[in-house]
Write a protein that binds this ligand. Structure first.
Ligand code: SAM
Length: 221
């Protein structure tokens, strides 16, 4: 049995599943995407599979992320759609532009989009935001999880081009993708300094769910 405890964002609940605290989204489609359980209309969101779930579980209110049911999201590094599917649940009347450059992952993402009308898969390179300018409109939130050496540069380019003023950037930094000689703290600091036109609101590690990963939340100024 699921007992609802708290709504933390529209469509996102903290729930109690037989004595265990979990996070879940209100399901907008009936099919499981990555083996997650759907109980009483709630899709249990695995923080070990999704850095966004880990961030939300670890965040204290008020959350630094603005998302509503009609938000428009640009998601960079969509992979096969694990987190994209939950974001799609949250912005049920909005849209998720999901950019991914691996054709293999894109095949699964396309299947996901067939059953979810608000997910727009884009086969593209997030480092070249101009290449999808004819497909993407101004967005309320940019979410980036690409594990590339130039993560901050990619986030800055996409935010400058697509993020509305006052909109939110959520950047997942994987420090080991950037430099294996500097300390994670040094890398994190220099990545944050490289973000341009953005005011950093919070920086959080994602332990114990994801090692060597940091979530940076920023606002476009
Ligand atoms: N965000 C996904 C989730 O939570 O379900 C997992 C993303 S996975 C860690 C990183 C993804 O970013 C990979 O699928 C990879 O192919 C993609 N990627 C890396 N560099 C990219 C780029 N420049 N443009 C688009 N996708 C990229």
């Amino acid at each position: 049995m699921v007992q609802e405890m708290r709504t933390i964002l529209p469509g996102v609940r903290f729930v109690d599943v037989v004595g265990h605290k979990r996070i879940a989204t209100v399901a907008t489609a009936s099919k499981s995407v990555y083996g997650e359980r759907i109980i009483d209309g709630l899709r249990i969101w695995d923080p070990y599979r999704s850095k966004l779930a880990a961030l939300l579980l670890k965040s204290r209110s008020p959350l630094p992320i603005c998302l509503s049911i009609d938000s428009i999201v640009l998601y960079l590094g969509a992979s096969t759609g694990t987190t994209v599917s939950h974001v799609g649940d949250i912005v049920r009347d909005g849209l998720v532009y999901a950019v991914e450059f691996s054709p293999r992952s894109m095949r699964q993402l396309l299947q996901l989009a067939e059953s979810r009308r608000n997910i727009i898969p884009i086969l593209g390179d997030a480092a070249r935001p101009e290449s999808y300018s004819r497909l993407v409109e101004p967005v309320d939130l940019v979410y980036q999880d690409v594990a590339q050496r130039n993560q901050a540069e990619i986030a800055t380019l996409n935010s400058a081009r697509y993020l509305k003023t006052g909109g939110t950037l959520v950047l997942m930094i994987k420090t080991r993708s950037i430099d294996s000689t500097a300390t994670p703290g040094e890398i994190r600091g220099s990545e944050i300094e490289m973000l341009k036109g953005l005011e950093v609101l919070s920086v959080m590690d994602l332990l114990p769910y994801h090692h060597d990963h940091w979530a940076v939340v920023a606002k476009k100024v």
